[in-house]
Design a protein around this ligand. Sequence first.
Ligand SMILES: Nc1ncnc2c1ncn2[C@@H]1O[C@H](COP(=O)(O)OP(=O)(O)OP(=O)(O)O)[C@@H](O)[C@H]1O
Ligand SMILES: [Mg+2]
Length: 231
Amino acid sequence: MGGSIHIEMRGLTRAYASRGKARPVLEGVDATIRHGEFIVLVGRSGSGKSTLLNLIGGLDRPSAGEVLLDGESLGRLSEDQLSRMRRRKLGYLFQFFNLVPTLTAVENLLLPLELIGVEGGPARERAARWLSAVGLDDRGPDYPDELSGGEQQRVALARALIHEPGLLLADEPTGNLDLATARDVLRLLDGLCRRSGTTLIMATHSPEVIGLADRVLTIRDGGLHVADEAS
Ligand SMILES: Nc1ncnc2c1ncn2[C@@H]1O[C@H](COP(=O)(O)OP(=O)(O)OP(=O)(O)O)[C@@H](O)[C@H]1O
Ligand SMILES: [Mg+2]
């Protein structure tokens, strides 16, 4: 397995220009997330959850401050180094599944492997193993639009983990599923990450998730707070 990732945020700040003025979303966030932790990120809509996930995942650059993954500052990496790091060490899961519609389920799983040079028999074998791990053994040849929402999200989960990342970033991964399906996907997600020791950060509005997490962090007024403070 890829080994879990330790995250350090130092003075992390992100502001957006709005009508000629800089409007801060995150301001001076200092936080540490330990190897293998399952962190739930909550906060009202617009508080900056997606912004924070994008900064940690190197999809966006901070206005000030830095993110360190296993001691390495993302700001010091070139675009090339950053994308290599992302392909090898990070997995992403989104609300709307984001599978490639013109590829079958199994072909969607082969993509992240191809990006790290795993191809042919070993890649197909790994894809089959992951389809099975998410309970979709015989659905490999199906296209995304032939799968239910929950099934698509399970394929997306397998795709997010198939290259054995040390960190999985999930942005409201159950936001588009009914309660029972959401619960199934969550259990699966939690179980797979714990088994591989993958650090997991999940933004969510769903109270269901909170019981599964090691820690709940709340974004409020641009800062990150441990949720059991008065809110
Ligand atoms: N590209 C952008 N340009 C300008 N403002 C942005 C941009 N992206 C996000 N914002 C603003 O930053 C704030 C935080 O947005 P973000 O998407 O991080 O919130 P969120 O907590 O994920 O909300 P939700 O729960 O609705 O997904 C919002 O006020 C949003 O309008
Ligand atoms: Mg969001």
